[in-house]
Write a protein that binds this ligand. Sequence first.
Ligand code: FUB
Length: 333
Amino acid sequence: METKTPRYLVPGDYMADPAVHVFNGKLYIYPSHDWESGIEENDNGDHFNMKDYHVFSMEDINGEVTDHGIVLDVKDISWAGRQLWDNDVACKNGMYYMYFPLKDKNDIFRIGVAISDSPEGPFVPEENPIKGSYSIDPCILEEDGVYYMYFGGLWGGQLQRYRNNKALECAAFPADNEPALCGKIVRLSDNMLEFAEEPKDVVILDKEGNPLKAGDNERRFFEASWIHKYNGKYYYSYSTGDTHLLCYAIGDNPYGPFIYQGVILTPVVGWTTHHSIVEFKGKWYLFHHDCVPSEGKTWLRSLKVVELTYNPDGSIKTIEGKKLSPMQKNEKE
Ligand code: FUB
């Protein structure tokens, strides 16, 4: 178990769900912005009632974290209902595309796009969400000039309301012994504003080649897709939701299938766990959140970073989620 000391990044505010990329030699962090909206906590995630996004940047992993301010506000999105959840940003031809999940006026999650000519924003939203989009937690992979979006999330993320990309009359979960619901992958159009194909399942297999089952709560996908490449392999990582683990699976191409490997991060303080994995200046880092600074309030999460290491065989060393940082220890002493 890894015990490298994590660092809190934005101690003065509550930020969660970090998507992190290196643009122009700097680290850019695109988090959700938690706040105390007074909405009661429930399994639908209504308490995650976020209304804007900030962007942060860092020139060095131990250096200053610069806040570039509010870069997109729900009041500027014409189709908005409520709840700006986890976003991700991709760069193509010098333009930056922010993909964000938001409930529309019918309380259905859609994925929207907002555009900027700078990684620091501000981002200008398109008039409508992406046609055919649904659910939450978009994450973008660029591969030889082709861009793919991974997305999806159970429970409040509404993925159980769909089969084969069509809305069901009623939400339906598979039985415990049936294959689990999968996250989705879709190729984006050349202009980055549409789906270029029907979304497909991101299938996770066990080492015997069988799809993970819906009742396999310690390993099956729940939400928070992230994808990174290491030594030519594709590492698909995600949260198991109600068992609070960050897990990963490895595949040979962006579509998978992916073979389940193990746990990246054991449960943190707080219900949700969500992350990104990025290489910067020759080292690998796990950005994630927990609820230690808010003393366990699950809707008030704080951003952290910790170094991530691989074993010689390419497996990831498990990190202990509840290890306190020195700052937290000092506060409690
Ligand atoms: O921040 C709201 C939701 O909580 C995210 O979309 C999920 O991944 C979970 O972190």
